[in-house]
Design a protein around this ligand. Structure first.
Ligand SMILES: Cc1cc2nc3c(=O)[nH]c(=O)nc-3n(C[C@H](O)[C@H](O)[C@H](O)COP(=O)(O)OP(=O)(O)OC[C@H]3O[C@@H](n4cnc5c(N)ncnc54)[C@H](O)[C@@H]3O)c2cc1C
Length: 442
């Protein structure tokens, strides 16, 4: 499976202009919800959290379900991300072990290892054209402290059976031709893909099994009617025994308890023009996806048509007008040899939904009223986990969702949350700069 974008492909209708929307084959618009309809389960939000929930339900035989989205399937972060399919949560393994104890942390991390495999299996089983599934994510260090990094890798493998490989500086620099990086850790089982195509592929399966999906159908209000819930939209409503809200950070005005519990973080991606293979070999000499270990990290990968997709930075409100140029400057800081060899072609922003505890928020607000959100910067695998545990809970299959109970709906700072997020990010960048200066003096 592979996709090669063609200039002729237009941005798919209803999406912002991204590499993904330009390389999404025509899916056809789903209908707008009209009139009053009944079903067993209504899922609100058709990002990966919502579609994974719907898929999990359909897999367990619950097909009397309706998914509604304010925009289109995968319109939010699920159709705008870096495409890294990596195990784990925004809160790292060591942090989880410290907070919960080793055994509960192991169970949570094991869910993401299964989640990553579930994604592969679904792609194969339904022949979802979202590849190539290029293997491997390499995390590189900006600091020359080989003993520290190697010990962390050894500990992570011992405690969580992650199968990580420690890479010395020479090996890292063979893959990444830059003096910025020192040693690294390689995760061979992680991979990269086209997430907008993936979420559409899952949505088609949900529909083939009998589920219904409505686009451009915003949930305006949720009310209780006896043992049912009613979700009102501009042109109709859904009455369901159970509902699952999967609106990420966009639930403003819909459910104050969810709105208060998360803050939005805006982050960015830039894509260059295609590069000459020789220039790539002299810079990003690898097909693996790359993260770095700074608090405010860059993450990037080479796309199938030899463009570089470069992600990073965090912003408060509207994206800067010179976003492409800023992101390209970040790229040149790492790979100055690419100056004049390519240029930015497009850049876009997306909103992340962060909880203060950096873990997904999964649970039941009232009998039959569920939520599945808070997937922060690390959501492609955890949304699979969220969909599975919620679907299992709704169909009475298992109670794994209770593993997420320690991470409730704590107050996220209200409107101040955004400012706090920006201040934290600036603090992180400041620390990165100080670390860099210290490194230069050594
Ligand atoms: C720039 C960027 C890069 C990223 N890179 C990576 C990466 O490389 N790897 C990784 O694992 N994660 C990455 N992430 C995070 C990952 O994309 C998210 O965690 C994940 O997609 C969240 O899925 P979601 O369904 O919760 O939210 P979303 O995809 O945002 O979906 C929410 C949906 O709810 C709908 N909605 C909202 N309000 C309503 C309403 N009232 N009624 C009906 N529908 C509504 C929206 O239209 C939207 O479609 C990245 C995110 C961004 C923004």
């Amino acid at each position: 499976m592979s996709f090669i974008p063609q200039q002729a492909l237009m941005q798919a209708a209803g999406y912002i202009d991204t590499y993904y929307s330009r390389t999404l084959p025509d899916q056809g618009l789903r209908p707008v919800l009209q009139g009053e309809v009944d079903c067993d389960v209504c899922v609100v939000g058709a990002g990966l959290a919502g579609i994974n929930t719907a898929y999990g339900l359909s897999e367990r035989g619950q097909n009397n379900l309706i998914v509604i989205d304010e925009h289109r399937i995968g319109w939010g972060a699920s159709g705008r991300n870096g495409g890294f399919v990596a195990k784990g949560y925004s809160a790292g393994e060591a942090e989880l072990a410290e907070r919960l104890g080793l055994e509960p942390a192991q169970r949570l991390v094991a869910l993401t290892q299964q989640g990553r495999q579930i994604i592969r299996d679904r792609i194969t089983r339904h022949q979802i054209d979202c590849g190539p599934l290029t293997p491997g994510v390499l995390t590189v260090s900006w600091q020359n402290r080989p003993g520290v990094f190697a010990a962390k890798v050894e500990e992570a493998n011992r405690n969580f059976s992650l199968g990580l490989e420690y890479w010395p500086m020479e090996k890292v620099r063979d893959h990444c031709r830059t003096e910025r990086y020192f040693d690294g850790v390689f995760s061979p089982h992680d991979f990269q893909f086209h997430s907008l195509r993936y979420v559409h592929g899952l949505a088609q399966v949900v529909e083939q099994r009998g589920g219904k999906i409505f686009e451009n159908s915003k949930a305006l209000a949720i009310t209780q009617e006896g043992s049912f819930w009613r979700v009102k939209t501009p042109e109709g409503s859904v009455r369901a025994r159970q509902i699952v809200v999967c609106c990420s950070i966009y639930a403003q005005g819909l459910e104050p308890r969810l709105e208060r519990a998360a803050f939005p973080v805006q982050t960015y991606v830039m894509v260059t023009d295609p590069l000459d293979p020789v220039d790539l070999a002299g810079s990003i000499n690898t097909s693996h996806a790359i993260y770095d270990t700074r608090f405010a990290s860059d993450y990037y990968r080479v796309l199938p048509d030899r463009r570089i997709m470069w992600g990073g930075r965090v912003g408060l409100w509207a994206p800067p007008h010179n976003l492409s140029a800023l992101m390209f400057r970040d790229l040149l800081k790492v790979y100055p040899q690419l100056a004049g060899k390519t240029q930015p072609q497009m850049a876009w922003s997306g909103l992340l939904c962060y909880a203060p505890h950096k873990m997904p928020q999964i649970g039941e607000l009232a009998p039959g009223y569920w939520y599945n959100m808070g997937f922060g910067g690390h959501g492609l695998v955890p949304t699979t986990v969220g969909g599975e545990v919620v679907a299992a809970a709704l169909t009475g299959t298992d109670q794994n969702y209770k593993l997420f109970a320690p991470f409730g709906l704590s107050y996220a700072g209200g409107r101040l949350g955004r400012y706090v997020a920006q201040l934290v990010y600036w603090g992180w960048r400041g620390r990165d700069i100080l670390e860099g200066l210290k490194e230069a003096r050594v």
